[in-house]
Design a protein around this ligand. Structure first.
Ligand SMILES: [Zn+2]
Length: 267
């Protein structure tokens, strides 16, 4: 069963990506949270083109990706969980939590270190936030993120199946919490006790720097509360709040080439 999952991981990843994209896109049309400020088709075309470019570049830059690293670590008994005898389900759950908290801190570091912020701000210069924003990252940020994950896998001996599950979960939750969907405040309040909701993450895309530097979590919402980076609602409200950062606000900055070259250009 596990082998079957790992052998077909690319089909599984792409199918889940397309399904979540489709569901969120329909939800955004039926029940949008906020009106968009730039032409949707243009942002979608360019954000999705960036996803394709990233998907093509990643295996070229790093032919040995996270799941393969976990398989080798398991075979060669590298990393904590591969050295001790512990229940596989328990180590799996601990692994998912560990990876999630590392992604939280990695995200914080990308906001604080100026060179890394140059890469990460490609994600923040989207002038609207919707399901496609969740996959809009510069390819170098994706490479660095992959390296961090590999270090975690080798240190803790995270199993291949836990890595695959986490990557699918992270991708799906990023699409969910970036989507421009309406969820009643009652349900939102219950959901955000455990997971990051769209209303919670939208604060992170506010034009105000103190709001941008908050709500870093991707899956579990607990890290922002524990590590003091939680802001519950945007100052200007979800309808009126301005999305993005002060730089690169022109529509032409949303083109694929401009996004790829943005980290290397003057502000
Ligand atoms: Zn960010």
């Amino acid at each position: 069963m596990m082998d079957l999952l790992l052998e077909n991981q690319n089909i599984i990843r792409v199918s889940i990506f397309i399904t979540v994209l489709f569901v969120m896109a329909l939800w955004e049309i039926k029940l949008p949270r906020k009106s968009l400020t730039q032409p949707k088709w243009y942002r979608w075309l360019n954000n999705m083109s960036l996803v394709v470019v990233n998907g093509l570049l990643l295996p070229i830059a790093l032919p040995f990706l996270a799941v393969s690293t976990a398989i080798v670590a398991q075979e060669k008994h590298i990393g904590l969980f591969n050295l001790i005898n512990m229940n596989a389900v328990l180590t799996g759950v601990i692994s998912l939590i560990l990876l999630d908290v590392i992604i939280y801190w990695q995200h914080r570091v990308f906001h604080k270190v100026p060179l890394l912020w140059r890469l990460h701000r490609v994600h923040h210069t989207d002038q609207d936030i919707d399901v496609t924003t969740g996959s809009r990252f510069h390819f170098i940020e994706i490479w660095l993120s992959m390296l961090v994950k590999m270090i975690m896998i080798l240190t803790f001996g995270i199993s291949p199946i836990a890595v695959l599950l986490f990557e699918i979960l992270l991708n799906a939750s990023a699409m969910f919490n970036h989507s421009n969907i309406q969820i009643s405040s009652n349900i939102d309040n219950k959901l955000r006790k455990i997971i990051v909701t769209p209303d919670m993450h939208r604060v992170h895309h506010s034009i105000y720097r103190n709001e941008t530097d908050s709500n870093y979590g991707f899956c579990l919402s607990v890290w922002d509360r524990w590590f003091n980076s939680y802001i519950s609602q945007p100052k200007d409200g979800h309808q009126s709040m301005k999305i993005g950062i002060d730089l690169f606000r022109h529509l032409k900055e949303q083109s694929l080439i401009k996004m790829l070259t943005q980290p290397f250009r003057k502000q």
